[in-house]
Design a protein around this ligand. Structure first.
Ligand code: ZN
Length: 223
């Protein structure tokens, strides 16, 4: 790789080429093509121009700034991953290894969300979670990894115990152990991870030093 950057014309050509690939191979998977109103198109054009090679994000930032001198030095190239692009890399280097396929994580996440949104029955919802407990991953009907002989049985856990639960948007599948243990104490995100407390139980059981920290926080907040 030489030190000179691709010209703007070369980058625009790379962008047009990747836009064509996007149209025929990626759009149907929901991968988002950056338009030319943001700097992102240059990130993608650079990675496509150097297809299969690792490009350092500073070099990509330089390319952006060669076209848009006002752009920040630290362009967050990894965000292309969230848009579904098959970006790999570590330690500041990125590469577009296969531009014809969306990232596997993106496809899985999308299938899960879509399954979840279209779920009309608890069975559908469980399917969209791979018949696993959202919180601990125990598989329905199989021995629970923590409790040996007891078979995991998926129940309708509430993401937020205080929210309206008429629809499935507030329901996550949880095994009987997680459901029983967390009861009404916590609020979960849609992947079954604890996001907030839902009652005073976890505070009452906390160390005094933690209770004091919470007390300080709440006193300042409500005084
Ligand atoms: Zn569980």
């Amino acid at each position: 790789m030489t030190d000179s950057l691709p010209t703007r014309a070369a980058l625009e050509q790379a962008y047009d080429d990747i836009a064509r690939i996007h149209r025929t191979h990626l759009a149907q998977h929901g991968v988002r093509l950056p338009d030319k109103n943001s700097y992102k198109w240059v990130w993608l054009a650079m990675l496509h121009y150097y297809e299969g090679e690792s490009v350092h994000k500073n070099r990509i930032s330089d390319a952006v700034r060669s076209i848009y001198p006002e752009a920040a030095r630290d362009q967050q190239v990894r965000h292309l991953k969230r848009d579904g692009w098959n970006i790999e890399g570590a330690r500041g280097y990125h590469s577009l290894s296969n531009p014809y396929q969306p990232s596997a994580d993106f496809v899985n996440e999308r299938a899960r969300r879509q399954g979840r949104l279209s779920a009309e029955t608890f069975d559908d919802l469980k399917t969209s979670f791979g018949n696993r407990c959202a919180t601990c991953g125990a598989v329905e009907g199989e021995p629970d990894p923590r409790y040996g002989a007891d078979l995991a049985q998926l129940q309708q856990g509430h993401q937020d115990p205080d929210a309206d639960s008429a629809s499935f948007s507030n329901i996550i599948p949880q095994c009987q152990f997680c459901n029983r243990t967390y009861l009404r104490d916590f609020v979960f995100d849609d992947r079954g991870r604890v996001r907030a407390v839902a009652d005073t139980g976890p505070v009452r059981r906390a160390r005094l030093s933690v209770q004091r920290k919470i007390w300080d926080y709440l006193r300042h907040k409500f005084e």
